[in-house]
Write a protein that binds this ligand. Structure first.
Ligand SMILES: C[S@@+](CC[C@H](N)C(=O)[O-])C[C@H]1O[C@@H](n2cnc3c(N)ncnc32)[C@H](O)[C@@H]1O
Length: 251
């Protein structure tokens, strides 16, 4: 395992190959590319770090002088797919593995871990954030809270990435109540379920186009909801009809 951070995207893929998590290679590429654009003195914040898979990518990509903040209470809630409550023992293990994984990837010294729920950590991170990655609780209420309160801390031109969009019902509902019709974040696209927004003021016509571009992702959302329902009904083999691997959850 490396003791210095990965210097290239190929190297970081090797570094996270055995780190448990749900980030796909395309999503890792987007994290890497966005983190590379943050200048010295800038700040990257991740909400929901689990065992460090995505934070290793962000921290390896970030240049010297960029602050990296990982917010995760490791409290046993909203741990992963269908793991909403009661996973305290596993979360204690996750915390130890998170620290060990960051050390093995050579980035432990670069990352400030705030062991709090995101809603309690707003005062621990100064504005303006340059890159915010939201991958914490995926239920509607906390997801909406993260999008509204934390995106307000992103500076002009800053990037917002959100995992499990058009995949999780809670996160997608939160998007519909916040960014779909908002005037401050332009939708740039997505890597599977990871959406990418940039903080820019939008005029009335731009808001309509922005909403339409996001609404155009809803058929893909419907596909993912059907796939999840089939997996939960133990009919995963039928998901092959959608080009899906039944051994995986859509991300
Ligand atoms: C889907 S995992 C994150 C995966 C991680 N980004 C990766 O790529 O490996 C969700 C994480 O969010 C954390 N979490 C749950 N509620 C949270 C909250 N309110 N604030 C911050 N993190 C939270 C959980 O402890 C869990 O580790």
């Amino acid at each position: 395992m490396p003791t210095t951070p990965a210097a290239t995207f190929d190297e970081v893929q090797v570094a996270v190959a055995d780190v448990e998590g749900w980030m796909t290679p395309g999503q890792a590429r987007r994290l890497w590319t966005c983190a590379r654009t943050v200048s010295a003195g800038g700040t990257i914040v991740e909400i929901g770090s689990f065992r460090g898979r995505s934070m290793i990518v962000l921290a390896s990509a970030a240049g010297p002088g960029v602050e990296l903040v990982a917010i995760d209470p490791h409290a046993g809630n909203d741990r992963g797919p269908q793991e909403f409550e009661g996973f305290q023992d596993q979360a204690a293990t996750d915390l130890g593995v998170f620290r060990a994984n960051l050390s093995a990837a050579g980035v432990a010294d670069r990352v400030r871990h705030i062991r709090k729920f995101s809603g309690e950590a707003l005062g621990d991170v100064a504005s303006d954030i340059d890159l915010l990655y939201i991958d914490g609780a995926h239920r509607f209420g906390p997801a909406l809270d993260d999008i509204r309160r934390w995106s307000a801390k992103i500076g002009p031109g800053g990037d917002l990435l959100i995992h499990d969009c058009f995949s999780s019902i809670g996160v997608t509902g939160a998007l519909a109540m916040s960014l779909f019709f908002g005037s401050e974040f332009r939708y740039l696209g997505r890597s599977e379920s990871m959406t990418h927004y940039r903080r820019e003021p939008l005029g009335p016509g731009q808001r309509v186009r922005n909403a339409a571009r996001q609404a155009a992702q809803l058929p893909w959302f419907a596909r993912n909801v059907v796939i999840k329902a089939l997996i939960l009904a133990k009919l995963g083999r039928l998901t092959r009809a959608f080009g899906h691997d039944p051994a995986t959850w859509p991300h």
